[in-house]
Design a protein around this ligand. Structure first.
Ligand code: AMP
Length: 115
């Protein structure tokens, strides 16, 4: 897959990003418009447009995505107090960037239901 997205441009260094994790398959960057004291986006390098386009061949990648989110949460000091992971899917799901990503939010009390 070679589609260009905002996040592939950040991963390739064409647009600046604040990386808190980077490996061959997954990166994590600070959200430019944070909705909590800690707001990190955990992103597969493979530019899947959303979770809706993931298939059985992505099973291991999706597992790594969640485990990486957990590790970044620990790295950010959120493990004890707790945190929230969010995946917006499609327009009604509130997704604005068509490249699968997990929001890691923490550092304040979360409320339910989300908006
Ligand atoms: P979503 O609405 O779920 O697609 O989330 C997209 C997220 O990307 C939003 O929280 C934006 O604030 C964030 N975002 C947009 N542009 C950038 C950027 N250049 N660097 C980091 N985060 C960004």
């Amino acid at each position: 897959m070679s589609q260009e997205t905002l996040f592939t441009r950040i991963i390739n260094g064409q647009i600046p990003g604040k990386f808190v994790h980077r490996d061959e398959d997954i990166v994590a960057i600070r959200d430019i418009n944070p909705q909590a004291p800690t707001h990190v986006l955990v992103i597969p390098v493979k530019p899947l447009p959303s979770l809706a386009e993931a298939g059985p061949e992505d099973e291991a990648l999706l597992g790594r995505l969640l485990l990486t989110a957990k590790r970044v949460a620990e790295q950010e000091g959120l493990a004890e107090g707790g945190y929230r992971l969010v995946i917006n899917v499609g327009g009604q799901g509130g997704q604005t960037v068509p490249h699968l990503h997990v929001h890691l939010l923490g550092g304040r009390q979360m409320t339910w239901p989300p908006g």
